[in-house]
Write a protein that binds this ligand. Structure first.
Ligand code: NAD
Length: 361
């Protein structure tokens, strides 16, 4: 099949890691007989340098015309980069928020997977880790408390701040459908996280999720209160498959889950809209402190390629092949500096990309 992939190298280590991710896509093409047409787009600091703004209409149009977007990361060192002398709406991060909005990316996916070989980086005790864990957090990204009406004003002589948490049934339904669709590609369990003992929005959330679950009889649904979920993530992370939750709970829980894996250079993410289209990127930032040194870990971006293949192109076999190649490279003892441990062989960004590409079968 022929697919159009938009590439956003971005800033800092972005271009270095996207180059390696493209190498992986090219290898998938070669082995599985697909054809990918790439278009490089500017976003963030790279766009400011060329066009004076972090996001242009051209970048939005080109992204929309593609089947999926693969991004590195954007942004620079806030203390030293001239980009941060600009007003907030013209800084690199405004470009990222702008493109997510323009593409209507309402579903954020963050996997947290513990590689046997990187167990030492996991801050949990051996007995908590058990047989390891492999979960994905599906977070609603465009509604809830972060997008509700807000106000700070003096009321009866007292400064008072109000934030509003609103969800309608359509917003809940579309994110729930995503979570159940994803569960169908995995171990078929959804844990829906809310605060239904207190919040009206959570009670509506629970009701709609239960309605959606009826269309997925093979998927087991359980509900969990967010405070309990925060505890369970460090108590018994192996119990989770797909965690479905609203914007703010997901913001907090996805960071907690990623810390439990212990390796920032390994964490991929995806943001999807109502079609198969998505934007795929590592969970980490542009790491300006190591940019240009050739030592950045490209694995988070390469695992984002696996997500792109699975969720936007429905190429599950190819996605498995990429994930297997990453596992094999770790098993063979190769590490970038951020995940280095005794007895392993340290490699740079390009070599890590080559080693993974070689192992794609
Ligand atoms: P960061 O994730 O870029 O870096 C944190 C630490 O982790 C640094 O020491 C860095 O060297 C290391 N690190 C990160 N990715 C790595 C990799 N692949 N391999 C090896 N080491 C890696 O976070 P930060 O320093 O807070 O942010 C730097 C810039 O990135 C800022 O401008 C921030 O706004 C931006 N940022 C962008 C995104 C995005 O594009 N989605 C996300 C987060 C931060």
């Amino acid at each position: 099949m022929d697919y159009k992939i938009a590439l956003i190298p971005g800033d800092g280590i972005g271009p270095e890691i996207v180059r390696e991710a493209k190498k992986i896509l090219d290898k998938v093409c070669l082995i599985y007989g697909h054809s990918f047409t790439y278009k490089e787009l500017l976003l963030g600091g790279a766009s400011i340098d060329r066009h004076g703004v972090p996001l242009t209409d051209e970048t939005i149009a080109d992204a929309k015309a593609s089947d999926a977007v693969l991004m590195g990361s954007i942004g620079g060192d806030a203390k030293t980069s001239p980009w941060y002398q600009l007003e907030p709406s013209r800084r690199p991060e405004a470009g990222l928020l702008g493109i997510r909005k323009a593409l209507n990316l309402f579903a954020n996916l963050r996997p947290a997977y513990l590689y046997e070989e990187l167990k030492a980086a996991c801050p949990l005790k051996e007995e908590r880790i058990g047989a390891g864990f492999d979960m994905i957090i599906v977070r609603e990204l465009t509604g809830g408390l972060y997008f509700g009406k807000r106000e700070t004003a003096e009321k009866d002589g007292v400064m008072t701040a109000v934030d509003t948490l609103t969800y309608n049934e359509n917003e809940i339904r579309r994110i729930a459908v995503k979570a159940f669709d994803i569960a169908m590609k995995r171990r078929k369990k959804v844990t829906s996280v809310d605060k239904a003992n207190v919040l009206d929005s959570s009670r509506l959330w629970r009701k709609v999720v239960e309605e959606v679950a009826k269309d997925y009889p093979q998927v087991t649904l359980e509900h969990m209160l967010v405070d309990n979920c925060a505890m369970q993530l460090v108590h018994n992370p192996g119990q989770f498959d797909v965690i479905l939750t609203e914007n703010m709970f997901g913001d907090i829980l996805s960071d907690e889950a990623s810390m439990v894996t212990g390796s920032i250079g390994m964490l991929s993410s995806a943001s999807l809209n109502e079609t198969k289209f998505g934007l795929y990127e590592p969970s980490h930032g542009s790491a300006p402190d190591i940019a240009g040194k050739g030592i950045a870990n490209p694995i988070a971006t390469i695992l984002s390629v696996a997500m792109l293949l699975r969720y936007s192109l429905d190429l599950d076999k190819e996605a498995d092949a990429v994930e297997d190649a990453v596992r094999q490279v770790l098993k063979d003892g190769y590490r970038t500096v951020d995940i280095m441990s005794g007895g392993c062989m340290q490699v740079g960004t390009v070599q890590m990309g080559d080693l993974i590409a070689e192992r794609i079968r």
